[in-house]
Design a protein around this ligand. Structure first.
Ligand SMILES: Cc1cc2nc3c(=O)[nH]c(=O)nc-3n(C[C@H](O)[C@H](O)[C@H](O)COP(=O)(O)O)c2cc1C
Length: 216
C-alpha cells in the first residue's frame, strides 16, 4: 500500500467486528511502534497500558460508561485497547533509568558523551520543572506516539480509534495512575471495522492545502 492509500484508508472507526481478533504477532508490531516513537531528548515520558481481554477492557470502559456511551461500545468490541499515559513528573531516578538504557544500547562512545547527554536532558527537564510545564511537555511527546500508533495500524491494515471522550479522573483512579506519576491522556481502540460502520464509507474531509499550508 502506498502512503497516500494508507492515509485515506484509515479512519476513526465507530463500530468494530467483535468476532475478529488481531493476531498477537501483529499486535506486537503496534507495541513496537509505540516503543520506538521519538521524544524530545529521548525522555520517553510515557507509559502504555494494554487491555486484551474482557476484564481489562471493562476496567478501561468504566471511564466511558456515564457520558461517553458510544466510546464504551468501541472499547468493549475492540480486539485490543491501549491507554496512552503521560508522566506528570520526571524525577532524577527516571532520568537515570533512561541514561542506563542508552548506555546498555551502546549510545555512548565516551564517558564525556554520556555525561553531556544527561546534562542536556536534565537541563530541559529542570526548565519545565521551573515553569510547571512537565505534564504539558510530556503530553506533547505522547501525542507523537499516538501518531506513530495510528499510522502503523493503518500500515498493518488494523482499524483504530483515538479516544479523548472519557472521564480522565475515573480512569486514573481505576488504574492507580496518580501514585505512579502518570495520567491517562488518550485511549486507542484497535481491531477490525464492522461491515456496517457507516463512517467507513464517508469521504474524508479536511481543510484545503491553501488554508492549512503556507510558505515562509
Ligand atoms: C486526539 C483525538 C481524540 C479523539 N476522540 C474521539 C472520541 O472520543 N470518539 C470518537 O469517536 N472519535 C474521536 N476522535 C476521532 C476524530 O473525530 C477523527 O479522527 C476526525 O474526525 C478525523 O476523521 P478520520 O480520523 O476518520 O480521518 C478523536 C481523534 C483524535 C485525534
Amino acid at each position: 500500500m502506498t502512503l497516500r492509500k494508507i492515509l485515506s484508508h484509515r479512519y476513526a472507526t465507530k463500530s468494530y467486528d467483535r468476532t475478529k481478533r488481531i493476531p498477537e504477532c501483529v499486535f506486537a508490531e503496534l507495541l513496537e511502534a509505540l516503543r520506538l516513537s521519538p521524544s524530545s531528548v529521548n525522555c520517553q515520558p510515557w507509559h502504555f497500558i494494554v487491555a486484551d481481554d474482557e476484564k481489562g477492557k471493562a476496567r478501561i470502559g468504566k471511564s466511558t460508561e456515564a457520558a461517553f456511551r458510544s466510546n464504551h461500545t468501541k472499547i468493549m468490541d475492540s480486539s485490543h485497547t491501549i491507554v496512552l499515559c503521560a508522566r506528570t513528573a520526571l524525577p532524577e531516578t527516571f532520568l537515570e533509568t533512561v541514561l542506563e538504557q542508552e548506555q546498555e544500547d551502546g549510545r555512548f562512545p565516551t564517558e564525556e558523551s554520556r555525561l553531556m547527554t544527561h546534562k542536556v536532558r536534565s537541563g530541559f527537564v529542570k526548565l519545565h520543572q521551573q515553569y510547571g510545564s512537565v505534564s504539558a511537555w510530556s503530553q506533547k511527546q505522547l501525542y507523537i506516539a499516538l501518531g506513530f500508533l495510528l499510522l502503523s495500524a493503518g500500515f498493518l491494515k488494523i482499524d483504530a480509534t483515538p479516544i479523548e471522550g472519557f472521564d480522565e479522573d475515573l480512569l486514573n483512579e481505576e488504574l492507580g495512575l496518580k501514585e505512579k506519576n502518570l495520567t491517562a491522556c488518550v485511549i486507542v481502540t484497535l481491531g477490525y471495522r464492522d461491515a456496517c460502520d457507516v463512517n467507513a464509507t464517508l469521504p474524508k474531509s479536511r481543510l484545503s492545502e491553501e488554508v492549512l499550508i503556507s510558505r515562509a
